[in-house]
Design a binder for this molecule. Structure first.
Ligand SMILES: [Zn+2]
Length: 88
């Protein structure tokens, strides 16, 4: 089977505020980049583990071209897994 090249998008994952206060240690505007399989933290050097764990499984799919009607294409915000936190 011949190898066929494919592209992966680099991603910027940024904290945005929801309509409720954020209680975790992820300030609005904090971000990291996803370059291939590498996470690059160029802002704050700390990021809480549970919000990171919630989004990690989604990142490989977001790096790829998906159908325009796929929710993976249209949905860009992921709620913080802490039910008391308004972060996305
Ligand atoms: Zn949070």
């Amino acid at each position: 089977m011949a190898e066929r090249p494919f592209e992966l998008y680099d991603l910027k994952v940024e904290v945005v505020a929801g309509d409720r206060p954020m209680i975790c240690n992820h300030p609005e505007g904090a971000y990291f980049m996803v370059e291939g399989e590498t996470l690059v933290f160029s802002g704050p050097d700390r990021f809480p583990m549970f919000p990171l764990a919630a989004i990690l499984p989604l990142l490989p799919a977001k790096q790829r071209v998906t159908d325009e009607n796929d929710w993976m294409t249209t949905d860009t915000e992921v709620a913080c897994p802490d039910p008391h936190c308004g972060g996305c």
